[in-house]
Write a protein of this length. Structure first.
Length: 113
């Protein structure tokens, strides 16, 4: 347990962790955007195929509608996840002074102990 406490006290570990979290959030945002584009494209294809009264056109429209519905569910799930992540970040939000105080108190404890 001492090793874990020592590892967490290193500033570079915190910096790398922050960067990794930022990259994960950016990738999640890109994925949500890609899912939204896929949903819109599938809906456009359904709309263009809706006027085709042939059997092949109706089957293609149904296929694209299922694809659009699946993409819509993915978009909703991604937004829900992003909102919960942002809410969690908001709970743990600290201002610069409190971070500096916490960092300085750790330095004082470690040097005196």
């Amino acid at each position: 347990m001492k090793l874990w406490t020592w590892l967490k006290s290193l500033s570079w570990v915190a910096a790398i962790g922050t960067v990794l979290v930022a990259v994960a959030f950016a990738m999640a945002g890109l994925k949500a955007g890609r899912n939204k584009r896929n949903q819109l494209n599938a809906e456009k294809q359904v709309e263009s195929l809706a006027h085709d009264q042939t059997r092949a056109g109706i089957e293609a429209a149904a296929k694209h509608q299922k694809k659009a519905d699946k993409a819509k569910k993915k978009v909703a799930a991604a937004h829900k996840t992003m909102e919960s992540n942002l809410e969690e970040m908001g709970k743990a939000n600290e201002d610069i002074d409190s971070i500096a105080d916490r960092f300085n108190s750790k330095r004082v404890r470690r040097s005196s102990g």
